[in-house]
Design a protein around this ligand. Structure first.
Ligand code: NAI
Length: 214
């Protein structure tokens, strides 16, 4: 656990990246790493790394570095990857199918157990290892399987309505790709809105700085 139980949002934002780099080191057989080496790999300052990782117990030792496996496991635990949250995906269109088949949910603490769409023609179609289920069967499915997390890959206009319905069915967390900034007025519901377009705009901002405008 984090030493004092409260970790700043900016540190939390960096944790997935630490987790990914430490995972790679582990797979390459590296047992320990100094903050200087990690900082070179991650293009962060060594002091930033020490500050960040100090939040999570005494894995770093002067002159020894960090124990990669322990730190990876601790950060994974904080990120919830050892939970295997039962996850459903709504909207089996282009984006939904790409996410269902290209994202490794299990290594990120989630288990995709159902894919839903309201389009009758898609019912029964195979996506990855699952078959698309009609949204008419959401209530029955949720009562039986008790999913906790939902990925939303549906158009903006339908998002709030489906989110309300899912909350009433017990969903506690949303990975929301629809172009609708979901803000759910319930307690204890978490939302991660993802906008690939915003990421592109961050890039164009940078490009605007470095590429001369003739
Ligand atoms: P698509 O049209 O291929 O698929 C949308 C699917 O959602 C369809 O199969 C449709 O039947 C289903 N659907 C619509 N309303 C539903 C509901 N209430 N319940 C269940 N299923 C429902 O569209 P695509 O390309 O997959 O994109 C999906 C959404 O994601 C779009 O609104 C798009 O703008 C957005 N998007 C967001 C991105 C991001 O970075 N956040 C990137 C790309 C797309």
């Amino acid at each position: 656990m984090a030493k004092n139980g409260t970790v700043s949002a900016s540190v939390i934002k960096r944790l997935p990246r630490y987790y990914r780099f430490l995972g790679e080191l582990m797979r390459n057989g590296v047992d320990r790493i100094s903050s200087r080496e990690l900082s070179e790999m991650m293009k962060l300052t060594a002091s930033q790394i020490r500050q960040d990782l100090n939040n999570f117990g005494g894995f770093g030792q002067q002159g020894y570095g960090y124990r990669v496996r322990e730190l990876h496991s601790e950060i994974g635990h904080i990120l919830g990857v050892d939970r295997q949250f039962k996850t459903i995906l709504i909207g089996a269109g282009n984006l939904g199918r790409a996410i269902a088949t290209h994202i490794n949910f299990t290594t990120r603490g989630c288990r995709l157990i159902g894919i839903f769409d309201r389009e009758p023609a898609l019912e029964g179609k195979q996506v990855g290892e699952l078959n698309v289920i009609s949204t008419k069967k959401l209530e029955e499915f949720c009562a039986k399987n008790k999913p906790q997390l939902a990925v939303l890959c549906i158009p903006k206009a339908n998002t709030q309505q489906i989110a309300d319905r899912l909350v009433s069915l017990g969903i506690k967390a949303f990975w929301n790709f629809s172009h609708y900034d979901l803000s759910i007025d319930y307690d204890n519901i978490v939302v991660e809105n993802v906008h690939l377009g915003d990421s592109l705009l961050t890039l164009t901002y940078g490009a605007n700085e470095v590429i001369p405008d003739k």
